[in-house]
Design a binder for this molecule. Structure first.
Ligand code: NAD
Length: 345
């Protein structure tokens, strides 16, 4: 029996993973608490832990996990900026779900954009109150506008196609442009200068942290709409707020926020929000915030559970290697390039 401790478990995680426990090979312990230095000891005696985006898997947590006998850290998400992958090497194997539904995230991005620029959220509240006035609800057509996409991987490319379906001109920037994709790549400055709307789909790295800062916003068109369904720290939120207050940024749609870890995924209604910056952003009439919801479709949850279970089972087969292992040894952190050859350690 392979024993797995789940951290930061929500009801929708339980319902998508529970069916796999009935097969008899795996035993799950669902914990609501997040994984941190203070909670890592709860995993003692387990073979694997299963974690999500806001769990902390730093050096100290990794040491505690390995001391307690944990051999695998299974991320039930794609991003791994919360894991010290270098420290994990030689101690614990880290696996992730590289793709579960890029459509879910790309479609949510377009949903946010349409909601914002056609004022659907305001109209919804008005008509529920039998207020049928149209004053203040004027939007603009997407057709003919320029969309600037940063990061044209799995999600970014689907979003590019969605935008083309709306008759938009799409420009993109990617550190590693996709060949033969038909995507028109430009440099970042050109993207900032020409885009009516900017959408972020690159990973959070040292290089991309605060990619959207005061300097970048300065280069953008007046009235630019900024969409972020990738990672919060891609945007300097203070600079964004300044851009909104200066009427330079016309609207922002954020599914992620740099300091979301202690706030998102929980019901905090009735409490006073301690994050002044987030509270101020949410108070703006032209800002829409969803709490890291872009991935949340039935299809994505099914795929996440299926791949995570495969990743864990693959490891515990004798000499098993998961092709979704994040291994620092190769010099470049990415899914294992050895395929199903043999374990590094
Ligand atoms: P991906 O790896 O397929 O694509 C990322 C793209 O970014 C690649 O084309 C890569 O070349 C490019 N890139 C890397 N460094 C760059 C840089 N410095 N500048 C510009 N481009 C750069 O990833 P994906 O599956 O498309 O996911 C994109 C991001 O979406 C993830 O990193 C994750 O943070 C985020 N995400 C969010 C949610 C959500 O629920 N909000 C869900 C899944 C993923």
């Amino acid at each position: 029996m392979i024993r797995v401790a789940f951290f930061d478990t929500k009801p929708y995680d339980k319902s998508s993973f529970e069916p796999y426990a009935q097969e008899g090979e795996l035993e799950f312990k669902f914990l609501e608490t997040r994984l941190t230095e203070d909670t890592a000891s709860l995993a003692h005696g387990f073979d694997a832990v299963c974690v999500f985006v806001n769990d902390t898997v730093n050096a100290s947590v990794i040491d505690q996990l390995t001391e307690g006998g944990v051999k695998v850290v299974a991320l039930r998400c794609a991003g791994y900026n919360n894991v010290d992958v270098c420290h994990a090497y030689g101690k614990v194997h880290v696996v992730h779900v590289p793709a579960y539904s890029p459509y879910a995230v790309a479609e949510h991005t377009m949903a946010l954009l349409l909601t914002s620029i056609r004022r659907i959220h305001k109209a919804y509240n008005r008509t529920r109150d039998f207020n049928f006035s149209l004053s203040g609800l004027t939007g603009f057509d997407l057709h003919g506008k320029t969309m600037g996409v940063i990061g044209t991987g799995k999600i970014g490319r689907i979003f590019v196609d969605i935008c083309k379906g709306f008759g938009m001109r799409v420009l993109a920037f990617d550190k590693f442009p996709a060949e033969d994709s038909g995507i028109q790549y430009v440099d970042l400055d050109t993207l900032f200068r020409e885009a009516d709307i900017l959408s972020l789909h690159c990973p959070l790295t040292e290089e991309t942290q605060h990619l959207i800062n005061a300097d970048a916003i300065e280069k953008m068109k007046k009235g630019v709409v900024i969409l972020n369904t990738s990672r919060g720290a891609l945007i300097d939120a203070e600079a964004l707020l300044d851009g909104i207050k200066a009427r330079k940024v016309g609207a922002a749609c954020l599914d992620v926020y740099e300091e979301e870890a202690d706030i998102f995924f929980e019901d905090r209604s009735g409490h006073i929000l301690n994050d002044e910056l987030l509270a101020r952003l949410i108070s703006m009439p032209n800002v829409i915030v969803t709490s890291h919801q872009a991935f949340l479709t039935e299809e994505a949850l099914c795929n996440i559970a299926e791949t995570t279970v495969e990743n864990i089972k693959a490891f515990f087969v004798e000499d098993g290697v998961s092709e979704n292992e994040l291994c620092y040894r190769c010099g470049k952190i990415e899914s294992c390039r050895k395929g199903r050859a043999q374990r590094c350690f």
